[in-house]
Structure formats: C-alpha cells, structure tokens
Design a protein. Structure first.
Length: 114
C-alpha cells in the first residue's frame, strides 16, 4: 500500500495468509494508509466478474499479455529449490523473506522454465 502513488488502487483479490483461526484468516490492515495520498482499497471477486463480463475480461487479459511481451511488466523469475533444500525454502516463506515465487523441485531439474 505504501508503494502506491497518489490515487492508487490496492486490489484485494484473495488472502494468501489463510489460517485456521478466524482472527488470522483475514489480514489486519492499517486503514489510515488508504487516507494518505487518497489511495483506494477495492475488493475484487474476479471469478464471478469474468463470467459476467467476458469481453472486458478478454481485453484485460490481452492487455496484460501485451505488457508482459513489451517488458512493461517484468515478473520475478521463480526461485527453484531442490527437494533436499526444502527447509531453506520454507524458512524463507515462513519468515516472510521470500520475494516472488518459491518452488520445490522433486524431479532433480532446478532450472526455471521462465
């Protein structure tokens, strides 16, 4: 949220934190961050929206692919760990130090496909 510019929108699509305790299943959020620089928080129910708006969804996907192809969006390459380094990978995630995707390779081929 702090990285958003003036008038930026923070889209809430799902909760990765999960959790079995109701008070932990949905992350707490300091709402005052939305007030700073007129930021917005928008809940997104994309699964339902895409079925109600197939043409708009198609345009969005096409725009997203175009941004990837032109380099306007540059997703981080997944960090792939061999199975024997599973603990190291899990420690990164549990300590919230992971940046991008963390993958565990059980085949012995740790080269990323991206």
């Amino acid at each position: 949220m702090r990285a958003l510019g003036f008038g930026g929108r923070f889209l809430v699509i799902g909760f990765a934190s999960g959790g079995t305790q109701p008070d932990r299943a949905i992350p707490r959020f300091p709402i005052n961050l939305a007030l700073l620089n007129e930021r917005q928080i928008q809940g997104v129910l994309w699964g339902t929206w895409k079925f109600k708006n197939p043409d708009a969804n198609r345009r969005n996907i096409n725009d997203l692919v175009a941004m990837l192809l032109t380099g306007k969006l540059r997703p981080k390459t997944p960090k792939v760990y061999p199975l024997e380094r599973f603990k190291e990978a899990m420690d990164l995630m549990m300590n919230r130090q992971a940046i991008g995707k963390i993958c565990i390779d059980t085949t012995g081929n740790t080269a990323s496909k991206l």
